[in-house]
Write a protein that binds this ligand. Structure first.
Ligand code: KMH
Ligand code: ZN
Length: 316
């Protein structure tokens, strides 16, 4: 069995602070949770930025730079920077951290979907911040747009930055989108796919659907041409990590996708969920990859080649 790469997505742009007092949103909180997740066993942390005063998803490049700089000053974890950004952000806002920060790994969302999180409003009695309810409600009419032109633009930006794309696959047709980009020579195998299940608008989070995604990828892209991982939104998160481990896949947990660690039990940080995956892996005799082992499996350029040290110097 190959060693499992655990990713922790510590904050994201789906949940709002009213849903959990543990959702990190200031740079220091995000950094602290990323470092804790790494200490618990995560080889990769996936980062978004949020406004430190209100917790609203932000595309402020200085926040990204502060977060990635502080994380890498404290641990050797692989940093995966989002290009999903916050719901409703423009293509330019979403790609900017890649061109400047040149991270080792970045998300690349492989197709357009309805990305609906408005049902979360029912869980909020008293919003902590004014933006939260309108943000969630706006997703009733939101297309998370990732057209072929956009995919080509992101792929090119990542290629120029030496950044490996982590291809987020929300539904089975997106595997065809990826194949199209491989056929055009825009993506080069071996590619890295994150199967994302359970978003309202995408494929539901069931073991059967995970198997369907995996088998379709094997048929379409070829078993030797990809590394894969699983992310499941909501309460299916931890059960699907068990399925992924049994199938030999990699895993992603974190408060970005699920705020809980058990029925009615809020996770106090993404590290709580990472620990659950570590325990499951131990039971299954699956070893956990270190950040350097993840770098080697994913074919990453190395933490000495990211852009933020020079970006930090340039701003002085
Ligand atoms: N929140 C996940 C379902 C991204 O950041 O590019 C999707 C995600 C996308 O992580
Ligand atoms: Zn994300």
């Amino acid at each position: 069995m190959p060693k499992v790469i655990i990713t922790a997505a510590v904050t994201g742009a789906i949940h709002v602070p009213s849903l959990s007092p543990y959702l990190p949103f200031t740079p220091d909180q995000i950094v602290e949770d990323a470092v804790k997740a790494n200490a618990a066993g995560a080889a990769v942390v996936h980062v978004h930025a949020r406004d430190p005063k209100t917790g609203k998803p932000s595309s402020d490049f200085n926040l990204f730079r502060e977060i990635v700089g502080k994380i890498s000053a404290r641990c050797n974890v692989v940093i995966c920077v989002t290009t999903g950004g916050g719901l409703g952000m423009s293509m330019e806002e979403r790609v900017r951290p890649i061109s400047v920060l040149k991270p080792e790994l970045a998300s690349l969302n492989s197709g357009s979907i309805n990305f609906a999180i408005y049902p979360l409003t029912a869980k909020i009695k008293q919003p902590r911040f004014d933006w939260e309810i309108p943000y969630l409600e706006s997703t009733e009419d939101l297309i998370f747009s990732n057209t072929f032109r956009t995919l080509k633009y992101y792929s090119k930006a990542m290629q120029e930055a030496g950044t490996k794309p982590e291809l987020e696959v929300y539904d089975v047709g997106m595997i065809n989108n990826i194949k199209h980009l491989i056929d055009l020579g825009i993506l080069r195998p071996p590619i890295y796919m994150q199967f994302v299940l359970g978003i309202l608008g995408g494929i539901p989070a069931t073991p059967q659907n995970l198997m369907f995604l995996y088998e379709t990828a094997v048929r379409t892209i070829g078993e030797k041409n990809f590394v894969w991982s699983v992310c499941a939104a909501g309460k299916a998160q931890l059960p699907l990590m068990a399925v992924a481990l049994a199938m030999g896949g990699n895993t992603r947990v974190g408060l970005e996708d699920n705020l809980y660690v058990g029925p009615g039990q809020l996770a106090q940080s993404s590290a709580d969920q990472v620990t659950r995956v570590v325990n499951m892996a131990e039971q299954l005799s699956v070893e956990i990859a270190t950040p350097d082992e993840a770098r080697s499996t994913l074919g990453l350029k190395g933490s000495d080649k990211v852009g933020w040290m020079s970006a930090a110097k340039a701003s002085v």
